[in-house]
Design a binder for this molecule. Structure first.
Ligand code: AMP
Length: 197
């Protein structure tokens, strides 16, 4: 994304399982519909099941664009989604994560499991190291991420992390609030870069 351009793509990390609460797939669909309405492309892991499949289908059904990045060995296990705008099959998990990160202007974490957590921690720690400065938000509709937020506070309290880490990721209850926060962040950064080139 050029510095003064609006948000054009968001990478969404979320669960690949269909076994989570229906409410999580519902909020994924809400996010997908909002993204498509705002012309924001979805970048995600390329699967057809779970929360991942729910958001991809919602973006497509609402006329939006979807880029999926999936490693070869997961095409069967995660039901690689052949109906999306662009499905990129890559050799490894590391290439997948790098491609997802480079294609997106911002990151949203929806409810998910271990894989979602791994992706979340990588992108948050990369931001802590200054490897990127793209905004990161988590959608926490029903307390799914409460323990994670608590863990982050505890890392600060015990001195293993600086208080600034709480600014690396923000938590929101709704898809709409999360998207608004990303848009505001992008606008402020563009304004700062215009004022202090
Ligand atoms: P899960 O939250 O466990 O359902 O996984 C969500 C997504 O994260 C799936 O597409 C997984 O393939 C992916 N994933 C699982 N393990 C990892 C990992 N170590 N690194 C990156 N992504 C992963």
């Amino acid at each position: 994304m050029a510095s003064n351009e609006p948000l054009t793509s968001i990478c969404v990390y979320c669960g690949s399982s269909d076994n989570g609460p229906e409410a999580h797939r519902r909020i994924a669909r809400e996010l997908g519909q909002l993204m498509a309405a705002q012309g924001i492309r979805l970048v995600y892991g390329g699967g057809r099941a779970g929360v991942m499949g729910a958001i991809a289908d919602a973006v497509l059904d609402s006329g939006g664009e979807v880029d999926g990045i999936i490693p070869d060995f997961l095409m069967d296990r995660e039901h690689g989604h052949r109906g999306i705008t662009r499905l990129e099959v890559v050799p490894t998990m590391h290439v997948r994560k790098a491609r997802m990160a480079e294609l997106a202007d911002a990151f949203v974490i929806l409810p998910g499991g271990l894989g979602t957590l791994e992706e979340l921690f990588e992108i948050v720690t990369w931001r802590q190291l200054g490897l990127h400065d793209k905004p990161i938000v988590a959608i926490n509709p029903d307390g799914h991420w409460d323990h994670l937020a608590h863990l982050l506070s505890q890392l600060v309290e015990t001195g293993y992390a600086r208080p600034e880490i709480t600014a690396l990721i923000s938590f929101f209850k709704s898809a709409e609030a999360a998207l608004t926060a990303l848009a505001v962040h992008t606008d402020i950064r563009a304004q700062l870069e215009a004022d202090y080139p």
